[in-house]
Design a protein around this ligand. Structure first.
Ligand code: SF4
Ligand code: SF4
Length: 90
C-alpha cells in the first residue's frame, strides 16, 4: 500500500521536498493531469509528505475518504502508462 494524492491537491508543491525517495511529481500536462502524483511502486509509506500538505490532499491508500476514492487510481496510471518521471521539470 502506498500513499496517494487526491483531488484536494492545489499544486503548491510542498510535498515534493518532504519525500525521502523522491517519488512525488507534478502532473503534466496540467489540463490532463491536474494534481501531483505519488509513484506507488517507489513510495515507502513513511508518511513524511502528509504534514507538508496544507490542503490535506495526501492519504494512505486504505484511508482515503469515500468521496475521494476515484482519485486513487490516477497515481498508478500516471506512472504506469502516463508521463511519469519523464515529464518532471516541464
Ligand atoms: S509516504 Fe513517504 S515515500 Fe511515500 S510519497 Fe509520502 S514522503 Fe514519499
Ligand atoms: S503539498 Fe499538497 S497541495 Fe501541494 S503539491 Fe503536494 S499534495 Fe498538492
Amino acid at each position: 500500500m502506498a500513499y496517494v494524492i487526491t483531488g484536494l491537491c492545489l499544486r503548491h508543491g510542498g510535498c515534493v521536498d518532504a519525500c525521502p525517495v523522491d517519488c512525488i511529481v507534478a502532473g503534466y500536462p496540467i489540463d490532463e493531469w491536474p494534481y501531483y502524483y505519488i509513484d506507488p511502486a517507489t513510495c515507502i509509506d513513511c508518511g513524511a509528505c502528509v504534514p507538508a500538505c496544507p490542503y490535506n490532499a495526501i492519504w494512505p491508500e486504505g484511508e482515503v475518504p469515500d468521496e475521494l476514492r476515484d482519485d486513487i487510481e490516477p497515481n498508478t496510471v500516471y506512472f504506469e502508462s502516463g508521463p511519469g518521471y519523464s515529464a518532471r521539470g516541464k
